[in-house]
Design a protein around this ligand. Structure first.
Ligand SMILES: Cc1cc2nc3c(=O)[nH]c(=O)nc-3n(C[C@H](O)[C@H](O)[C@H](O)COP(=O)(O)OP(=O)(O)OC[C@H]3O[C@@H](n4cnc5c(N)ncnc54)[C@H](O)[C@@H]3O)c2cc1C
Length: 506
């Protein structure tokens, strides 16, 4: 029971519960839209253990739209390929139609540090060592009981977002169910010293008894993970070094001299998704909304995309200009990508099963992956670049898709589209100077416009000679597109509708 005083006035606009990668990015996204957000993170310090290793193309494209990709790329290695289900044929990311056709090697500790630095830089209050213990909501706001280093207190805010991981308290408090499939595979992970370093395999190896993942982390430590498809394990018990080495011997035939663990963790292939991502003033993002086996390196990436999608919509709700349905479109748009990731991780697990019964399927799939079209399909799926949203408007191939890195000739010189999205507003590209675009944007000279929510940019784009105008949302997705031949009346009506659907009335 909290002992702190409950204030009638809001302490913050938004409480972000959990300061993992998703919470930190979401808080930064809210701050650039001038929302008073606080991150409440129970750990007093960032964890030194990295779950994830990498960032995929769509995350990098999105970070680029906030001017952040260089700090992620700085000093980090990238990979042109990755594995799918541990099969012998690799997925080739260099075939992606993206300015970032690779996977970036960025350990989760580094990703979290960079995102925390970003959140702090834009003025987010970050409270470490503060655990949220209960949430209540009423018609006007939410209250959170928090236990911090100086005792318990209560905060009141307009909204709470649970970015508090797979075991989310916020999700439970909101009464949101988390259905899915239970775990059949036990993964045992250790960051260990290998006495038998010379004989350690590299990457994913399959034996008849399971799979071994083994990579060097630095000059001293290796990460080893065994994937056990058979043995039932007592749920909840912590992993010990003895259990890990026994599992290595069982699956690989040798424990490689594993010793001195600096991190041990055990997890399963259970895959669950929140039935809905919003309950009134409580929302969920990242692992709080969806969990799955970490095959294909997709979890952080999926969560970061939740944050990019939610940040500007929640900011609009806080500032009171969110059009009806805008905040609910977060759930509407983000459920499907998570469903697809859960499905592809389940498919990968099925292919990884070492049972010889699956071998012909593995061989067939490996053969298929040698075909460019199939390989590219998988690369696009893992890297998230096929995500597009069902947005209404005049039919156009770009509608609902992520806007490309268009090169634009403006009166200030040559620029690219991502540069105009840095401040987290929308962008209306006016590419042919058709007067009606500016007229709609400025409400026919009524003295008001969407400025502040949407930036109007006049430019020429040699790569898209047919394109007359493009409305890009703050998360980089195309909310309206018009070619030159779109009749004037239709252009006026559809652009006005798109602006008010996504950016409210002015
Ligand atoms: C072994 C492993 C390998 C992985 N590899 C990859 C990979 O290569 N690529 C990839 O994209 N993903 C990978 N993932 C998945 C990825 O790590 C997660 O998807 C990611 O951490 C989710 O981020 P998050 O911010 O949503 O949640 P988390 O990282 O779980 O952060 C939640 C935060 O909330 C805090 N918190 C929890 N409860 C409270 C509370 N009540 N009050 C205050 N704070 C609270 C926690 O302390 C934590 O800091 C891997 C996962 C595992 C287990």
């Amino acid at each position: 029971m909290a002992t702190g005083k409950t204030q009638q006035d809001l302490d913050f606009d938004v409480l972000v519960v959990g300061g993992g990668p998703v919470g930190m990015l979401l808080a930064a996204e809210l701050r650039i839209s001038r929302v008073r957000a606080v991150v409440l993170e129970r750990l007093p310090e960032r964890t030194p253990h990295s779950k994830a290793f990498g960032l995929h193309a769509r995350s990098l494209e999105s970070l680029d739209r906030r001017g952040l990709v260089d700090r992620f790329r700085d000093g980090a290695r990238s990979w042109n390929n990755g594995h799918f289900a541990g099969l012998d044929e690799w997925v080739d990311f260099s075939a992606l139609d993206s300015a970032h056709a690779y996977a970036l090697l960025s350990e989760q500790t580094r990703t979290e540090r960079l995102l925390e630095e970003r959140a702090a830089e834009v003025g987010t209050e970050i409270r470490r060592g503060h655990e949220v213990t209960a949430i209540r909501q009423d018609a006007d706001g939410v209250e959170a009981d928090v236990t911090g280093p100086d005792g318990a207190y209560t905060l009141r805010a307009g909204y709470v977002v649970g970015c508090d991981g797979g075991r989310s308290l916020v999700r439970r408090e909101a009464g949101i169910v988390f259905p899915g499939t239970g775990g059949r595979v036990t993964a045992r992970l250790g960051d260990v010293i290998l006495a038998d370093r010379e004989n350690a395999p590299m990457g994913m190896e399959r034996t008849e008894r399971g799979l071994l993942f083994c990579v060097p982390l630095d000059d001293t430590y290796h990460r080893v993970s065994t994937f056990d498809f058979q043995a039932e394990r007592e749920p909840g018990a912590d992993l010990t070094l003895d259990e890990l080495t026994a599992s290595l011997r069982e699956i690989w035939g040798s424990d490689l001299g594993a010793r001195d663990p600096r991190w041990l963790s055990v997890f399963t292939d259970s895959a669950c998704q929140a039935e809905r991502y919003r309950e009134g003033r409580i929302l969920l993002a990242g692992d709080a909304a969806h969990t799955h086996f970490p095959v294909g390196g997709q979890g952080v990436n999926l969560g970061l995309q939740d944050a990019f999608n939610l940040g500007w919509k929640l900011a609009a709700a806080v500032h009171g200009w969110a059009p009806e349905g805008l905040l609910d479109s977060y759930d509407g748009e983000r459920q499907a990508p998570a469903r697809k990731v859960l499905a592809n991780t389940r498919a990968q697990i099925a292919l990884m099963n070492p049972d010889p019964y699956v071998t012909p399927l593995r061989e067939l799939f490996t053969d298929l992956m040698r075909r460019d079209q199939v390989n590219r399909y998988l690369a696009e799926m893992l890297s998230g670049v096929t995500v597009r949203y069902g947005i209404d408007g005049p039919a156009h191939p770009m509608l609902g898709d992520f806007a490309r890195d268009l090169e634009l000739r403006t009166e200030d010189g040559v620029r690219t589209l991502p540069g105009y999205l840095k401040r987290g507003t929308g962008v209306l590209l006016d590419l042919t100077g058709r007067p009606e675009i500016a007229q709609v944007y400025e409400k026919w000279g009524a003295g008001v416009s969407w400025a502040g929510r949407v930036r109007h940019v006049r430019a020429a784009c040699a790569a898209e000679p047919e394109l007359s105008g493009l409305l890009v949302r703050p998360d980089g997705y195309v909310a309206w597109a018009a070619d030159r031949e779109l009749p004037e009346a239709e252009l006026r009506e559809s652009l006005g509708t798109a602006l008010s659907t996504w950016f409210g009335t002015v």
